[in-house]
Design a binder for this molecule. Structure first.
Ligand SMILES: Cc1ncc(COP(=O)(O)O)c(C=O)c1O
Length: 397
């Protein structure tokens, strides 16, 4: 499979076994998986279903090779070194690993934005409750983080800025280079939640110069229950261990233990081996299609959604960027709209608060409908979505 400059969604669709008559528009939550990823996962169960890091036999050795290959593939995908890639079961675990490993103390401050996923808010609120850190909120609005406000919020107690790159709520993008530039001048670390950017655009951690970056595999064609924490090597060396036990120590007595090398000391117990290998394959797949091609394709789909639904009576747009379209229809609940889209039009979207409860409470909005399109969605599907929403709004108003 070799792709040229233009992304051919029709050709890509053949790789996704579940695609058919239905329109799948819930990729910001969970992307579909191509045949290549599923086959790579099955290869583990069929051919070498062993443990890594402890079995000297041939299955064990083969698995070690495959894990190393996947780690390299993922490292290259985000411009990191292999040692800087820590496997987790999702982005939430990755963010918690960093939050707990930083060894923050009472009075330390962490700045987040007002549009974070719960997974980048609750770990900090938990530390606020348990040890008394201060969680400071910086505003974003529709066009991204307010850098002047951010600058004004930093003081000598600020230990970290932890910000979402692209919001799962409305696809809004934060200026992460701007964030890092400000943080560097003040000697503050930066962690980026790249869950909604890594699947859709080129990520180069060296260029971004962030200290930590977290993302999930299941939103970028990878297996469900996979995630990654990237950390600069010098930061990982300082990071405390979070979940400990088997495979996190080089040696131990009844009194003490000697931590494993990085990254093994952060990957406790048996791992999701087929998932890790599948995630490596997902990165290979995305690379072949080309992240620039994906970005361009999604922009085109986003334009169709926005142009088609901008001035439609009864359609209240909450936010819309690239392939993400978040809205409500006047007089109907978000769950009603989602159910009608599914049963009446064969369109699968997500409805609710999208794990950004804080933002919805603050804006006094009960919830909303979110459609999120990806590389396998076509322009015709985006047009069908527009027609369906128009029709529902017309009938309901
Ligand atoms: C921006 C963002 N951060 C974090 C998460 C949590 O990801 P995971 O389910 O992999 O823990 C999500 C999932 O929707 C997300 O969109």
């Amino acid at each position: 499979m070799i792709f040229d400059k233009k992304l051919d969604a029709g050709r890509i669709r053949r790789d996704f076994p579940t695609l058919g008559k239905m329109i799948y528009a819930d990729s910001a939550c969970m992307s579909l998986k191509p045949r290549q990823v599923i086959e790579k996962m099955n290869e583990y169960y069929y051919n070498y279903p062993a443990c890594a890091g402890r079995s000297a036999h041939r299955y064990g050795r083969k698995l070690e090779e495959e894990i190393a290959r996947a780690r390299k593939e993922i490292a290259v995908f985000i411009g990191a070194k292999e040692k800087e890639i820590i496997f987790t079961k999702n982005a939430t675990e990755a963010l918690n690993l960093a939050a707990n490993g930083l060894r923050l103390k009472r009075g330390d401050e962490v700045i987040i934005t007002d549009k974070e996923h719960s997974s980048n808010i609750i770990p900090w609120l938990k530390l606020k409750k348990e040890i008394g850190i201060k969680v400071v909120i910086c505003n974003t609005g529709t066009s991204g983080i307010d850098l002047e406000e951010l600058r004004s919020l930093i003081n000598n107690r600020t230990k970290l800025i932890s910000a979402v790159h692209v919001s799962n709520l409305d696809g809004m993008e934060n200026d992460i280079s701007g964030i890092v530039k400000i943080a560097r001048k003040k000697g503050v670390r930066v962690m980026i939640d790249a869950c909604q950017s890594a699947p859709h655009k080129t990520i180069d951690v060296k260029k971004i110069d962030c200290d930590f970056l977290a993302f999930s595999g299941h939103k970028m064609l990878g297996p469900t229950g996979t995630g990654v924490l990237y950390g600069k090597l010098k930061e990982l060396e300082k990071l405390g261990m979070f979940i400990v036990g088997g495979e996190t120590v080089l040696d131990a007595t009844y009194e003490d233990y000697k931590p494993e090398e990085i990254p093994a000391r952060f990957e406790a117990g048996l791992q999701n081996y087929s998932g890790i290998i599948g995630l490596g394959e997902a990165c290979r797949y995305l690379k072949k299609v080309g992240m620039k091609n994906i970005e361009k394709h999604e922009k085109k789909l986003g334009d169709i959604l926005r142009d088609g639904l901008r001035d439609v009576k009864g359609v209240e747009i909450i936010g819309s960027n690239s392939g993400v379209f978040n809205f409500n229809i006047k007089g109907m609940t978000h769950h009603e709209v989602a159910k009608i889209l599914d049963s009446g039009y064969g369109i699968m979207v997500r409805s609710g608060r999208h794990c950004v409860h804080e933002w919805y409470n603050d804006h006094k909005i009960e919830g909303s409908v979110r459609a999120s399109f990806y590389l396998y969605n076509t322009e015709e599907e985006a047009e069908r979505f527009v027609s369906a929403v128009k029709e529902i709004a017309r009938i309901g108003n």
